[in-house]
Design a protein around this ligand. Structure first.
Ligand code: GLU
Length: 303
């Protein structure tokens, strides 16, 4: 697993954080990056007491007094780690907090681990993380190695380009263009399909692809629209999202294969927080601020 950050990606994260902090003084008033989280609007989650679930993973976590959750660190509004405070924020982070609360763990009892896209199945199956919550598409290939609870959100692959880009307008216009995507991610697989004819650059961190778009090394970054809108919102004068979504990416909580009791408990938690309004509140205070629209929360089916 790659827990260390390359200097390049750290620099981009710092740049993103710095732009957010200084309110985008460089651009015109309309170019101001939006705050990632409306802290005051976040729901608070009641921590369940005496949780009894016949789950080996959960029992270990209870003994430890901490639940280990795999997250993303470089996806603004979804899973983002502030490099100065080390604090994680975003919609996926709120999903993690609500699930943890129903399993009996407060936010303080969550041990966060940053896990890149290509390392997720291994992190879950080896037990390096108890749950993986980070823009994690449920698909049959991954289900051979791990289980999911969800989906709790649907995204779709799209394209991020420079604001002044004219040629790349959607997936039908990437022939011969340089397109960056992430090792181990579903949109990478999609964009490599010969019908698109793209010249694909494969990197392991989103922030690295974003900096390549910004400095013109590649023409576009392809991944989920929800992620791309976050980058566009953080770089309003510089980046834009183009094209209609061209895949379905149902997000699930990844967990150890065969731990059926934990899978049910997580699915029940997701459903409960949809029903009590926390989900909507959390969405509006995080991802909704980047321009992503709240769709009807999907039915939790993966039990
Ligand atoms: N949702 C896609 C996936 O699970 C892309 C986003 C990501 O890399 O996390 O592969």
């Amino acid at each position: 697993m790659r827990f260390h950050k390359t200097a390049a990606s750290a620099a981009v994260i710092l740049a993103l954080a710095a732009t957010a902090a200084c309110g985008g003084k460089e651009g015109s008033a309309g170019d101001k990056p939006k705050d990632q989280t409306d802290e005051k609007a976040l729901p608070s989650y009641q921590v369940a007491k005496d949780v009894k679930v016949d789950s080996p993973v959960l029992k270990k976590a209870q003994k430890r007094g901490k639940i280990v959750i795999g997250a993303k660190a470089d996806q603004p509004y979804l899973g983002f780690q502030d490099q100065s405070t080390k604090k994680y924020s975003g919609f996926d982070i709120e999903i993690a907090k609500m699930v943890a609360a129903d399993l009996g763990f407060s936010a303080k009892q969550i041990e966060w681990k940053t896990v890149d896209s290509g390392a997720r199945e291994t992190a879950v199956s080896k037990g390096d993380v108890d749950l993986m919550i980070g823009t994690y598409t449920i698909n049959p290939e991954r289900k051979k190695q791990i289980d999911f609870a969800g989906p709790y959100f649907h995204a779709g692959a799209s394209l991020l380009v420079k604001k002044d880009e004219k040629a790349v307008k959607g997936p039908e216009t990437v022939k011969g263009k340089k397109v960056c995507s992430i090792v181990g991610s579903t949109p990478l697989k999609t964009i490599k399909e010969p019908k698109y004819g793209a010249k694909v650059t494969e990197l392991s961190k989103y922030s690295e692809c974003v900096s390549q778009v910004l400095d013109g090394q590649v023409d576009a970054l392809t991944t989920d629209d929800a992620i791309l809108m976050g980058y566009a919102a953080q770089n309003p004068g510089k980046l834009k999202v183009v094209g209609k979504p061209f895949s379905d990416e149902p997000y699930g909580v990844g967990l150890k294969k065969g731990d059926k009791a934990l899978q049910k408990a997580v699915a029940d938690a997701l459903k409960a927080h949809q029903d009590n309004g926390d989900y909507k509140k959390a969405f509006e205070a995080t991802l909704g601020k980047s321009g992503s629209k709240l769709k009807t929360p999907p039915a939790i089916t993966e039990k």
